[in-house]
Design a protein around this ligand. Structure first.
Ligand SMILES: Cc1cc2nc3c(=O)[nH]c(=O)nc-3n(C[C@H](O)[C@H](O)[C@H](O)COP(=O)(O)OP(=O)(O)OC[C@H]3O[C@@H](n4cnc5c(N)ncnc54)[C@H](O)[C@@H]3O)c2cc1C
Length: 448
């Protein structure tokens, strides 16, 4: 098979620098030769016992190798951040596809969520003191972080509902409330939370009530109440926590950008992150297709005397999967290119398209792969079951499909008058042409 850079879709090839193409091939090689073989070792090192929430030692080995190859912090986009490796969103998107094929790859190259989004926030909006204290060790992969928004008592897909209180008290802010689904909070290296809550609950503009504040995880008053599971998986050692905040006091200078600017910061963080997740899901779908091909051509397993790939229906699944993955990739790369040529705000439509389309496509492909394995597909003997559970959450996390569909639908629907007027105008031209040519409508009429 040609290397990843040779498989870049022709339509975006001119947008990819030679340096990025070389790095992409290096990332692919590193994922194939180091990360995918390390996935089961990482799982084995986690084990089932009391050390389950410790940090699997193979990760440090992978990180050292990745860093020596220059495969580090590829996510901070060119033109926006001086701290990053200088790739565009599109170039990094192509790399994310490779990262998404393996469980350990993103972290091994210091490109894993939620650290990436948090580093973007700190790099873009953080004070020099916050950058020194938190951004530097995050960029060095020495610590990890959480993004803390979702709450158990409210519909958090509408972030204006978040209610954790952040009250000014002298030189401090004091936090009270609960959060849940806080990914990464189980990791012993998680040292900092980036939290969104309400500083101005009575502000007449509901988008100015929220602020973002940086909170060290060892601040008194923080209790990790329990860890939540995803379809039974605990996602150790990172996990997803339900956390209680009781009179948690932090210095006032930990507020990011200023009171009431939480939405502004959050929106800057979300757009590119959605593209990264989408490209990782494309990578998961590609990996699932690899597994499907392996099973479909397994000489030892021939139901009714034929390879699965000789059964027409399976061959159609292979063809459909190829088409669907390739089509979805173009949607994501288009969104990445739109961010690169403007910013996340100007690319809202394209980002929403990718966010909605990709996980459902990837789930379909993974599900086909699961089906080809029969019972083996739903157990721990292939990566498919875990992969499905992971990708399924992407339809909810970072805003559920329906919220994005609603927004996209509303925007598209704004064209209704324009579309109707155009059709009306064409109809009038048709009438005039009919009269000119003395033509009479026959058969089924193409016009209403
Ligand atoms: C694995 C995983 C990891 C996560 N990690 C984090 C994290 O690190 N930090 C964090 O803060 N949060 C995290 N989340 C939480 C995630 O961002 C929220 O679950 C998501 O924003 C939805 O909020 P909610 O669960 O409160 O659902 P709700 O807001 O209660 O929505 C429930 C359902 O209502 C429907 N709905 C919502 N809006 C509309 C609409 N406009 N039209 C029609 N139907 C609609 C949708 O079907 C939606 O699924 C994570 C979630 C998961 C599953």
């Amino acid at each position: 098979m040609p290397t990843a850079s040779k498989r870049i879709p022709a339509v975006v090839r001119p947008l990819v620098s030679e340096r990025a193409a070389k790095t992409l091939d290096l990332v692919e090689k590193f994922v194939n030769e180091e990360c995918l073989p390390a996935d089961p070792v990482y799982h084995a090192q986690l084990g089932e016992g009391p050390g389950r929430w410790d940090y699997p030692p193979i990760m440090d080995d992978l990180k050292a190798k990745a860093r020596a190859l220059g495969l580090w912090n590829m996510f901070l986009a060119k033109g926006h951040y001086k701290e990053g490796a200088g790739f565009t969103n599109l170039e990094y998107g192509l790399m994310c596809e490779q990262l998404g094929r393996s469980r350990v790859a993103s972290e091994a190259m210091n490109n894993s969520a939620p650290d990436t989004g948090n580093m973007e926030v700190l790099a873009k909006y953080g004070s020099e003191a916050l950058k020194k204290r938190w951004l530097e060790p995050l960029l060095n992969g020495e610590i990890r972080s959480c993004y803390v928004m979702t709450e158990p008592g409210v519909a958090s897909s509408d972030a204006t509902n978040v209610s954790l209180s952040i009250k000014r008290d002298g030189d401090s802010y004091v936090l009270n409330g609960q959060k849940w689904w806080i990914s990464g909070a189980g990791d012993p290296r998680c040292k900092v939370y980036v939290i969104i809550g309400k500083t101005n609950p009575n502000h007449p503009d509901k988008y100015k009530q929220q602020s973002i504040i940086v909170v060290p995880t060892d601040t008194p008053g923080i209790e990790v109440k329990r860890m939540l599971s995803v379809y039974g998986y605990d996602d150790a050692p990172h996990g997803h926590a339900h956390i209680i905040f009781r009179d948690v006091r932090v210095p006032a200078e930990n507020i990011v950008l200023g009171e009431g600017r939480g939405f502004e910061v959050m929106q800057g963080r979300m757009g590119p992150g959605r593209i990264h997740h989408a490209m990782r899901s494309i990578g998961a779908a590609e990996e699932a297709l690899n597994w499907l091909l392996k099973r479909a051509n397994d000489e030892k397993k021939k139901p009714f005397g034929k390879l699965l790939s000789q059964q027409g229906v399976i061959l159609q699944w292979i063809a459909k999967s190829r088409i669907e993955v390739d089509a979805a990739r173009l949607i994501v790369l288009n969104a990445a290119a739109a961010i690169d040529s403007g910013d996340a705000k100007t690319a809202l439509m394209e980002i929403a398209q990718a966010k909605i389309l990709v996980p459902t496509m990837a789930l379909t492909v993974i599900d086909r792969a699961v089906q080809t394995y029969g019972a083996e597909g739903v157990c721990q003997d292939t990566p498919l079951a875990y992969m499905w559970a992971q990708v399924r959450t992407v339809r909810i996390a970072d805003g559920p499909d329906e919220a994005h569909l609603e927004q996209l639908g509303r925007r598209e629907n704004k064209r209704a008058k324009e579309a109707s007027d155009l059709i009306q105008k064409q109809s009038e031209i048709t009438d005039a042409l009919m009269r000119k040519w003395g033509a009479k409508e026959v058969g089924p009429c193409p016009r209403l």
